[in-house]
Design a protein around this ligand. Sequence first.
Ligand code: FES
Length: 119
Amino acid sequence: MAERHHIASEEELATDGSRLITEIRGKEIAVFRVNGEYYGVLNYCVHQAGPLCEGRVVGDTEIGDDGWSWVSTREGEIISCPWHAWKFDIKGGKCIDDDRYSVPTYDVEVEDGEVYVRA
Ligand code: FES
């Protein structure tokens, strides 16, 4: 079973969109705050090994109800790799553009105002 590792206090990740990258047992893992919840993602892009979690936190777009306009969705839920802009769902690690690909994710727990990652 994965061990629990202390990452930070909640105050250090107090706002949505904040992130913290740390090393756990030789792996760089980022913790993101999205809509008040925390998610752990490996800082490794499966495309060409870029530092995925150092990229921009973005949203997605989809076709609106009128069938021709674009609508912004899921703002702050997607990480865009800084090397070639592949996008991944922070919550589950799935690649947005091609669901054959995904990155490892990690459970994050909060207890008494402290944030922990299971890895
Ligand atoms: S290394 Fe991440 S998109 Fe290419």
